[in-house]
Design a protein around this ligand. Structure first.
Ligand SMILES: Cc1ncc(COP(=O)(O)O)c(C=O)c1O
Length: 417
């Protein structure tokens, strides 16, 4: 933590723990947050969007603000067909299903959404969950249980780690994106054990992509099944927007693709697609699918419409790549330290010297009308403080130039460049 952030007046006391204060474990975080706010910066984790004008603009603190941290990569949230489909389903099917998929919660719209996913990925099976978090939680915990092994990248998303913990398999992490480290771990696993290798197409903190081609080959050589979370690549990466596995020509070797509707699809929900012949049994044995209410009809209708439109999104994909390249080069030319050498996705991470300067920079950006995500440990790798920028296909080239001008002004004011 930066020395500039005021330190806690009262460190966690043994007495607090001794009294059985179940909140004592959060004291350090509470004090860090209070220290940060006491330094006078606006709370970066409490921003309110007073009105959302489009996928790239909102009113925040009474000011029109450019959005550069929404993960609405393909700008589908305001697509007229998507909105119309949601309105129609709301009128025809009501506001919610009030039930699990295995009881009263499967409507025609859920089946149509799964059909759209099967077509989008060209796979035999699709299962829709209420969130992407639940999709990872459910699939990983259900297929990898006690006595099995999950080999995963150390920088995996929290939902992947939580799925491993819930399933109680042996967890075998390896260094981020390190093919050799992954192979070494696989070699140590006893012969004949069940192995699931879990990878992500794009890692959302730094916006870097995985060497899936090599990793999947090695995983298969060791008899492992492979799950790839394509949350941050669906809709954008690959010729048909199927993700990094498509881009690297290995989609047919992936056993399970996990995805979310909360990014390129522009709504909420999660899914798994697979060609595994026994996949349908998951609907009966996967607890985060069975023991929760299904998505509202309006949500599955918007998701299905959006997914079908994403199948024909190549012009948008090309424009988003152009935005990503322009922003990456522009930020680098201004002297910012970035998470990747080259733009690898629609996420560009700007590395801050510490949390205090990161928060000051975040505030300077928002005051100048630009919203980005501030990410800090423990969510970030190597204890980094990051300003994560996620581009949208609806950002115009002009907007990208405005974004660069705001970064230049804020960076100079805070003294980072
Ligand atoms: C890699 C990854 N997987 C899964 C999720 C969970 O998605 P959802 O927002 O649908 O729960 C996220 C969300 O941030 C993610 O980044």
């Amino acid at each position: 933590m930066s020395e500039g952030i005021s330190q806690p007046d009262q460190p966690v006391t043994r007495e607090a723990r001794a009294k059985g204060d179940l909140f004592a474990k959060f004291d350090e975080l509470i004090q860090m947050r209070e220290g940060l706010l006491a330094s006078g910066v606006e709370d970066p984790f409490n921003l309110v969007m007073e009105k959302v004008l489009s996928p790239t603009r909102a009113i925040c603190n009474g000011r029109e603000t450019i959005l550069l941290g929404t993960y609405d990569y393909m700008g589908m949230t305001f697509d007229p067909d998507v909105i119309e489909a949601g309105k129609q389903a709301l009128a025809d099917f009501g506001s919610g299903t009030t039930g699990s998929r295995v009881l009263n919660g499967t409507y025609q719209g859920h089946k149509e959404c799964e059909e759209a996913l099967r077509e989008f990925y060209g796979m035999d099976h699709a299962m829709v969950f209420s969130t992407g978090y639940q999709a990872n939680l459910g699939i990983i915990s259900t297929i990898a249980g006690k006595g099995d092994y999950v080999v995963l990248d150390i920088d995996s998303h929290a939902s992947i780690w939580d799925g491993c913990a819930m399933g109680k398999a042996e967890i075998v992490p390896f260094k981020h994106n390190d093919v050799e480290a992954m192979e070494k771990r696989l070699k140590r696993i006893p012969e004949g054990a069940g192995i699931l290798v879990v990878l992500e197409g794009v890692y959302s903190m730094l916006g870097d992509t995985a060497p899936l081609k090599e990793m999947i080959r090695i995983a298969k050589d060791h008899g492992a099944m492979v799950l790839v979370d394509e949350a941050h690549s669906m809709g954008f990466i690959g010729e048909n927007g199927r993700g990094v596995a498509e881009d690297q020509g290995v989609l047919d070797q992936v056993d399970f693709v996990i995805g979310t509707f909360s990014k390129s699809v522009g709504t909420v929900g999660g899914f798994c697609v697979s060609n595994h012949p026994k996949f349908e049994i998951m609907r009966l044995v996967c607890r985060p699918y069975v023991f929760t209410a299904s998505l509202p009809p309006s949500v599955v209708a918007t998701a299905a419409t959006s997914i079908r439109k994403l199948m024909h999104g190549s012009n948008k994909r090309a424009h988003l790549w152009e935005n990503s390249r322009t922003l990456h080069k522009g930020l680098r030319d201004l002297g910012f330290d970035l998470g990747t050498e080259e733009p690898e996705s629609a996420i560009i991470a700007v590395i801050m010297p510490d949390l205090e300067q990161g928060a000051a920079m975040w505030e300077a950006l928002i005051e100048n009308g630009l919203y980005v995500n501030l990410a800090r440990p423990p969510a970030t790798p190597a204890n980094m403080t990051l300003l994560r920028c996620s581009l949208c296909a609806e950002h115009s080239s002009d907007e990208v130039e405005q974004i660069l001008a705001i970064f230049e002004k804020a960076g100079k004011a805070v003294g980072i460049i």
